[in-house]
Design a protein around this ligand. Structure first.
Ligand SMILES: Cc1cc2nc3c(=O)[nH]c(=O)nc-3n(C[C@H](O)[C@H](O)[C@H](O)COP(=O)(O)OP(=O)(O)OC[C@H]3O[C@@H](n4cnc5c(N)ncnc54)[C@H](O)[C@@H]3O)c2cc1C
Length: 418
C-alpha cells in the first residue's frame, strides 16, 4: 500500500484538512497525528462556557467524533508527537521512536500559550494554582479551582483574559485583571472599544487594572502561589493575595518542527503562500502556526482564529490534491463576554481613521477602521448586520465616508462609495 498523506497536528486546522483531503480524494489514505491525548476539540468554548460548568463533558467539544473519522476513512492517532521531518526520505520520526513514511505532508501544529517571563515564573509554572488556558488539559486542571469566592488574578487583558474574567465573575469568583498596557485590548481595538469593555467588566464586578507591571510572585511553603506583586502606574510596589492565577498573554506559533526541517519561518510563523504552500511546495501548512498573505496587508500575517484555520485547511487540502482554492478571505474572529457578541472583520493595523456607529451605552455599536478612506476592519458589538456588511466591503476594498458611518440617520447599506 502507498504511504498515506499525513497531517501533523490534530485540532481545528488538522481535523478539517484531513476531512477535506478524503472528500477530494477518497482513495488516498490519510493519517492525522496529534500529540494531545484526545481527538480534535473546539478551543473557543473553553474560555466562554466550559470552565464555568462543572458538569460539562468532553464529547460536545469534539469537532468530529471517532465514528465520523472512521466513516471518512481517516486514521487518527492521538498522543503521537512528531519529533522530526526527514524531507529527503519523506519520513516522520515520532517521539516514541517510530518512523512513518508519507506521500504528502501537511503541517498544522498550531500555537502554544506564551509563558510569562518574570522573577518567579519558573516556580509559578510548578505551582498547582497557576494556569494557562490553551488546551483541554489546561482547562481540566483549572476547573476544580474555578469556585465561588476564589480570588482569581488574570494576567493579560486580551480576549481570552477578558472572556475568562466574564465567566469567572459570573461564577462568583473575585476577579482582578492585570493589564500592562494603558487599556485592555490595546493591541487589537480602538480606544472606544477598550473603554467600553473596561466599563462593562467593572460594572460586573471585575477589578480591571491597566498600566500595571507584574513584578513577581510569592509562594507558600507548600509551593502554592500566594500573591502577585505588581507595580501600580505610579511605580509603587504592591501585593495582592490570590487563590489562583491565569496568565493569558498571547500565543507563540509551534514552528520548531518545520524550522528544523529547513522550511522558511519567521518569528511570526511558518511562511505560506495563498495556497498554503510552504517553501517546500510539496508540503502545505495551515492554521495558527502559519503566517500568510492577507489581501490589503503588507507581507504576511499570522491570523489566530478558527475561521482562518478552517479556511486555510481547505485550501491546503485542495493544493495537495492538485486543485487551486486560494485562501484570500477577510480574517474574522468573535468573542463572547456577558451578553455581548463581539464580531471582528479585517485587520485594523495601519488605520488612520476610526468611526463609531451606534451608542456604546445601548450595548450595540460598531467601530469601523479606515485607511485613506478605505474600510479595512470593523468591530461590531451585538450588531451582526454591520459585521456582515463590513466583511463584504472590506473584501471589496470599498471606500466609505467615515463621517457618514458615524451618522446614525444615514442608512448603512448605501454608504459604500466604490
Ligand atoms: C481558550 C481559547 C479561546 C479561543 N476563542 C476563540 C474564538 O472565540 N474565536 C476564534 O476564532 N478563535 C478562538 N481561539 C483561537 C483558536 O482556538 C485557534 O485559532 C485555533 O485553535 C487554531 O487551530 P490550529 O489547528 O491551527 O492550532 P491549534 O488549535 O493550536 O492545534 C495545533 C495542534 O497541533 C498539536 N501539535 C503541535 N506540535 C505537534 C507535533 N510536533 N506533533 C503532533 N502534534 C503537534 C498541538 O498540540 C495541537 O493539538 C481560542 C483559543 C483558545 C485557547
Amino acid at each position: 500500500m502507498s504511504d498515506p498523506r499525513i497531517v501533523v497536528g490534530a485540532s481545528h486546522a488538522g481535523s478539517e484538512l484531513a476531512a477535506k483531503l478524503r472528500q477530494l480524494d477518497p482513495t488516498t489514505p490519510v493519517l492525522l497525528l496529534g500529540d494531545e491525548p484526545v481527538l480534535p476539540y473546539q478551543r473557543p468554548p473553553l474560555s466562554k462556557s466550559w470552565l464555568g460548568d462543572p458538569s460539562a463533558g468532553i464529547d460536545p467539544l469534539l469537532i468530529r467524533n471517532a465514528a465520523a473519522y472512521a466513516a471518512a476513512g481517516i486514521e487518527t492517532r492521538t498522543g503521537s508527537r512528531v519529533a522530526r521531518i526527514d524531507r529527503d526520505r519523506r519520513r516522520l520520526q515520532l517521539d516514541s521512536g517510530e518512523s512513518l513514511g508519507y506521500s504528502q505532508l501537511a503541517i498544522a501544529t498550531g500555537a502554544r500559550a506564551r509563558r510569562l517571563a518574570l522573577p518567579g515564573s519558573e516556580q509559578a509554572d510548578r505551582a498547582p494554582n497557576f494556569h494557562y488556558v490553551r488546551t483541554l488539559a489546561d482547562a481540566e486542571r483549572l476547573r476544580p479551582q474555578f469556585t465561588r469566592g476564589a480570588r482569581l488574578a488574570i494576567v493579560g487583558g486580551g480576549y481570552i483574559g477578558l472572556e475568562l474574567a466574564a465567566l469567572a465573575v459570573r461564577a462568583g469568583l473575585q476577579v482582578t485583571v492585570f493589564e500592562a498596557q494603558p487599556r485592555v485590548l490595546a493591541r487589537v481595538t480602538a480606544p472606544a472599544m477598550s473603554a467600553f469593555y473596561e466599563k462593562v467588566h467593572r460594572a460586573a464586578g471585575v477589578d480591571v487594572r491597566t498600566g500595571v507591571q507584574l513584578a513577581g510572585f510569592e509562594f507558600d511553603s507548600d509551593r502554592r502561589l500566594r500573591s502577585v506583586l505588581w507595580q501600580d502606574p505610579g511605580g509603587a510596589l504592591r501585593s495582592s493575595d490570590v487563590d489562583l492565577v491565569i496568565a493569558g498573554i498571547g500565543v507563540e506559533p509551534n514552528i520548531e518542527l518545520a524550522q528544523a526541517a529547513g522550511l522558511v519561518c519567521t518569528p511570526d510563523g511558518l511562511q505560506v503562500d495563498a495556497h498554503c504552500r510552504t517553501s517546500d511546495p510539496s508540503i502545505v501548512a495551515a492554521g495558527d502556526c502559519t503566517s500568510r498573505p492577507v489581501p490589503g496587508q503588507p507581507g504576511t500575517v499570522r491570523v489566530e482564529s478558527v475561521p482562518n484555520a478552517v479556511e486555510q485547511a481547505r485550501s491546503a487540502a485542495a493544493t495537495l490534491c492538485g486543485l487551486a482554492q486560494p485562501c484570500v478571505s477577510v480574517p474574522w474572529f468573535w468573542s463572547d463576554q456577558y451578553d455581548l457578541k463581539l464580531q471582528m472583520a479585517g485587520l485594523s493595523r495601519g488605520h488612520d481613521e476610526v468611526a463609531v456607529r451606534g451608542d456604546p451605552e445601548t450595548r450595540a455599536f460598531t467601530t469601523f477602521y479606515l485607511k485613506q478612506g478605505v474600510l479595512i476592519a470593523a468591530d461590531a458589538v451585538n450588531r451582526p448586520a454591520d459585521f456582515m456588511l463590513a466583511r463584504k466591503w472590506i473584501a471589496a476594498g470599498a471606500r466609505v465616508d467615515g463621517r457618514m458611518l458615524s451618522d446614525p440617520v444615514a442608512e448603512l447599506k448605501g454608504l459604500a462609495i466604490a
